[in-house]
Ligand binder design. Structure first.
Ligand code: FES
Length: 210
């Protein structure tokens, strides 16, 4: 074979390899993107967290809250929520305690107050003499109960326990019970529903809906 033919064959082989190399990189890139896009999308919350909405306590709920003396009470409230399009109602049973000694409460729940006594959450935790707690365990989201014989709140799922003020006492939870906003307007007690992220020590709002 002539030298020029050999050179031309070598050049052809080189360009074929080059083409195959580029095709492999392109196909790999397409596959990578196909996998990466859904993975990235999964990290972006696609659910509307809604907006905070005040819900008035009806007579029954208000009487339930007032019945809290030394023992926490469960209060049935038809919470209101609002997303981009709809206002909806959903039932919840939040826990209420009477805060007889606000200074003791601040000591017991030091996770909720700064050194100067200001609330670390963007709302007062104690208002009109009471504090409300979300009924959802901050560990992994089960519903806990008040256990009179323990004088504690206890979660049936993994054994987290909280004292009367909602402070963590035992179990895997990394924080105390989550307080909910409570206020009084025109003689009516009102509260808000907030769902916080489970597991982590900080309170990050996940949703104001359900
Ligand atoms: S969900 Fe309550 S302890 Fe795990």
């Amino acid at each position: 074979m002539a030298k020029s033919d050999v050179q031309s064959l070598a050049a052809e082989e080189l360009s074929r390899r080059e083409w195959m190399g580029r095709a492999t990189i392109t196909i790999g890139g397409v596959i990578g993107l196909t996998l990466a896009i859904p993975a990235a999308a999964a990290l972006i919350p696609d659910v509307d967290p809604g907006r905070p909405v005040w819900t008035g306590l009806d007579d029954t709920a208000w009487k339930q809250l007032q019945a809290a003396t030394d023992t926490p009470v469960q209060i049935d409230i038809q919470m209101h929520s609002k997303d981009a399009y709809l206002t909806a109602g959903f039932p919840q049973s939040v826990w209420g305690i009477k805060v007889k000694d606000p200074e003791k409460f601040m000591r017991d729940r030091s996770d909720l107050f700064a050194a100067d006594g200001k609330d670390t959450l963007p709302y007062p935790v104690v208002n009109i003499g009471f504090a409300l707690f979300s009924p959802i365990c901050p560990h992994l989201g089960c519903y806990y109960e008040w256990k009179p014989f323990l004088n504690r709140f206890a979660c049936p799922c993994h054994g987290s326990q909280f004292d009367h003020s909602g402070a963590r006492v035992a179990g895997p939870t990394t924080r105390g019970l989550d307080p909910l906003p409570l206020r009084e307007r025109s003689g009516i007690a009102q509260c808000q529903w907030i769902r916080y992220s489970p597991t982590i020590p900080n309170r990050i709002v996940v949703s104001y809906i359900g």
